[in-house]
Design a protein around this ligand. Structure first.
Ligand code: XIL
Length: 377
């Protein structure tokens, strides 16, 4: 890469060109819920409890929630009329599920493509929905184009800055927020993750820099720190909070916290509420950013599928209640990681999982009813 092509991470030109990209990758090395205590959940619904009936005329989530309700979305969903109708009815915020990540944007030669994220952004705008940028820096995605950067020709930090300026700059003024750094805390909560970014720029420094550059790109966007397993692993939550405090103390423009909340239906009641209360202690707005409630990841073998379905609804209710308990200024949004079961990444992983609040036909399940009931209470 001799003369720098202007449409690459060497250059923050906002109109970078496109190149072909294969279909959605599984994004490889994600570790999720690897070390969960398999605590037997307290018996919130007894064995044999009947599934709750879902009222046919359930009002839309966005109409009853006192904060934004979102879903993740892929560009291909926008070609599915039933998805589009459901999303328009239920939500007022969209998070690109993977097409605003490096895995999509950064091409092997270091150029960028923005066709899919542009399409999602345009759809959000045309439908009066907020757009949540996800995500600028993620340990799990370190494209070769970065890894092979030759320090003699272009500094790694310059390329990192150019990438953030190109992406956050392109959508500046059009997002309701950015997940600036995703999953910065180590799996067990013991320190921060090791990644290409931490190796080249420093464990704390690469995180602080990302916030600085995101602010440079977009002077007003809320800038969030997003992570997962914060409800399951208190130590991870403590490290996450310490990181947030350290960022704030260093002057980094961190303005919100995201808890992904990928949970299983057998999660101990109260865990999500406890997490949200803890996270709220810093006074920042809280985004419940990727909520889904897996049936098949449940580890409590004593529970029948029906028990798990009932618990799933209760967990959706608890998540909504925890958000409702926050002071108004701290309720950023609640985002569902998949509206319908078949849209969920968990369904791709295990076809018998049914983690979403809406079924294949887009009909509300008990989870959607629990959300509505809680928002209205
Ligand atoms: C997942 C998407 O759902 C998949 O489609 C993609 O291939 C990989 O990433 N934490 C995150 C999300 O922050 O971006 C992940 O989404 C799920 C875990």
């Amino acid at each position: 890469m001799g003369d720098s092509p202007s449409r690459s991470f060497r250059d923050s030109s906002p109109d970078a060109g496109a190149s072909p990209h294969q279909d959605q990758s599984a994004a490889g090395s994600l570790h999720r819920r690897a070390v969960l205590g398999s605590a037997l959940a307290l018996s919130a619904c007894g064995p044999g409890a009947k599934s709750q009936t879902v009222p046919a005329d359930l009002p839309p989530l966005k109409a009853v929630a006192p904060f934004r309700i979102g879903t993740c979305v892929q560009a291909l969903h926008l070609d599915d009329p039933s998805f589009v109708a459901l999303a328009r009815r239920q939500v007022n915020q969209l998070t690109p599920e993977w097409q605003m990540k490096m895995e999509y944007i950064v091409q092997p030669d270091g150029t960028f493509r923005f066709d899919a994220p542009d399409r999602i952004a345009a759809f959000a705008q045309a439908n009066g929905m907020g757009l949540l940028g996800h995500t600028l820096v993620w340990y799990a995605q370190a494209p070769d184009a970065f890894a092979r950067l030759d320090e003699r020709r272009v500094s790694f930090e310059q390329a990192y800055r150019n990438y953030i300026l190109a992406v956050a700059g392109r959508y500046a003024g059009r997002v309701v927020g950015w997940d600036v750094v995703n999953e910065a805390v180590a799996e067990d909560g013991n320190g921060w993750r090791d990644s290409l970014w931490s190796q080249r720029l420093g464990a704390f420094e690469h995180i602080a820099l990302a916030y600085r550059f995101a602010r440079e790109a977009d002077p007003h966007a809320p800038l969030l720190l997003n992570d997962y397993n914060l409800e399951y692993i208190p130590r991870k939550r403590a490290t996450f909070l310490k990181l947030a405090e350290r960022l704030l103390a260093s002057g980094a423009p961190l303005t919100g916290l995201g808890a992904q909340t990928h949970v299983a239906a057998d999660i101990t009641p109260g865990k999500i509420a406890e997490m949200i209360r803890d996270l709220a202690s810093l006074g920042l707005p809280i985004h419940l950013s990727e909520l889904d409630v897996s049936i098949t990841r449940s580890e409590n073998r004593l529970l029948s599928r029906e028990d798990l379905r009932n618990r799933q609804a209760r967990v959706y209710g608890e998540a909504a209640e925890a958000m409702m308990a926050l002071p108004e200024r701290q309720r950023f949004a609640l985002t569902l990681w998949g509206l319908r079961d078949q849209d969920s990444w968990l369904h791709q992983e295990n076809a018998s999982d049914s983690p979403a609040p809406f079924d294949e036909q887009g009909r509300p399940k008990a989870g959607a009813a629990a959300l509505v009931r809680t928002f209205r209470a």
